[in-house]
Design a binder for this molecule. Sequence first.
Ligand code: THU
Length: 154
Amino acid sequence: MAEVDLSDVAGAVLIDAAREAAGNAHAPYSRFAVGAALLLEDGTIIPGTNLENASYGLSLCAETVALAAANTAGRLRDVVAIGVIGGRMTSAGLSGSDPVRPCGRCRQILVEAAQLGGRDIVVHCASGDGGAVERHLLSELLPFAFGPDDLGMN
Ligand code: THU
């Protein structure tokens, strides 16, 4: 029997969890809500959502918030996949037909988790309207990444 990859099976579940988290976005300035959900190797899901600030440049992305929560739980090295969804906030929910992909800073922070865990991370990206979903590998989104491996940390 073919081996089943948990990180793929969980794609829809992660996007659902990310959408729920996006409902708590603090994004009064951009009106663009993003939700993220990390899958850990034991099946635990850790959500995050964007946290904006009146001093605009201090805003935190959903993916970074989720990764910080995983780290707080001592689980940064256990991340196997992430689901991300985002869109403009409307009275009917999130709008937008383009999948939201992690920004450059979030990709770099994901690399930290990937290299600590000695694995690539599957990145599921969805549009706000739910109509478009993509599956990527972190190594494709940020090739030739610098990380803890380069410092001989693993
Ligand atoms: N944002 C995220 O949370 N994740 C990303 O990968 C891209 C952007 C947030 C930051 C800001 O609160 C809003 O989306 C608009 O840029």
